[in-house]
Design a binder for this molecule. Structure first.
Ligand code: FMN
Length: 190
């Protein structure tokens, strides 16, 4: 009998440290949706819990635990709230601490905003950053608009229409992660 394929590791990065952040239920939902899929391992990486200095930047302040997760990852889900029409500064600070760990891995972005645009402006600015890091971005996003109305006080999803969009997004991300893993393991870079 053929061996079961090794699970894909797809961590979810929660891209804000703000007290009371509404991106937290979003990140938990994405982690739960990944966890219930066969052949996937996941973990929520909360950037507020990373021991990162802010008196230096880049690979000089690499956290071994975060870098280890990025090395192991086949794909990333990045939950990116929109702050002043951009992504958050601390998300960028964290992403900048690794480089080789990301190369030829898949990435999908989940935008979150209080306003009606679902974080799209931050997503558009984040895409070239991810490309420079060597990540391969997929062509689906998930956009949580008016996020304060989407979850109840217990953090449970109220608007179930998001589930179909998340399903489409994760299927695409898994396809890209599977394809890129095959490429990393079997296709030589001339
Ligand atoms: C500094 C800051 C700037 C913000 N700028 C925007 C914005 O440009 N557009 C928007 O729709 N919401 C904006 N928001 C609201 C956030 O999108 C909102 O808080 C949302 O819940 C996602 O962020 P959170 O995870 O920190 O809650 C801003 C929030 C903060 C703290």
């Amino acid at each position: 009998m053929a061996e079961a394929p090794r699970p894909l590791f797809v961590p979810v990065i929660l891209g804000t440290v703000r007290q009371g952040r509404m991106s937290l239920p979003v990140a938990r939902l994405l982690t739960a949706e990944l966890a219930r899929r066969p052949g996937i391992e996941t973990e929520l990486i909360d950037i507020a819990r990373l021991p990162l200095r802010i008196d230096d930047a880049g690979e000089a302040i690499k956290d071994p635990a975060f870098a280890g997760r990025m090395s192991r990852a086949d794909a990333l889900v990045i939950v990116s709230p929109e702050y002043n029409h951009g992504y958050t500064g601390l998300l960028k600070h964290v992403l900048d601490t690794c480089l080789a760990e990301y190369v030829h891995k898949a990435a999908g972005i989940v935008g979150v905003s209080a306003g009606p645009w679902g974080g799209t402006r931050g997503i558009q600015d984040l895409l070239p950053v991810l490309r420079e890091l060597g990540l391969v971005t997929i062509f689906w996003d998930v956009n949580f608009s008016a996020v304060q109305t989407v979850f109840d006080d217990a953090g449970t999803l109220r608007d179930l229409s998001y589930l179909a969009r998340i399903d489409k997004f994760l299927k695409e991300l898994v396809w890209m992660a599977t394809t890129l893993r095959h490429g990393r393991e079997h296709v030589a870079l001339e």
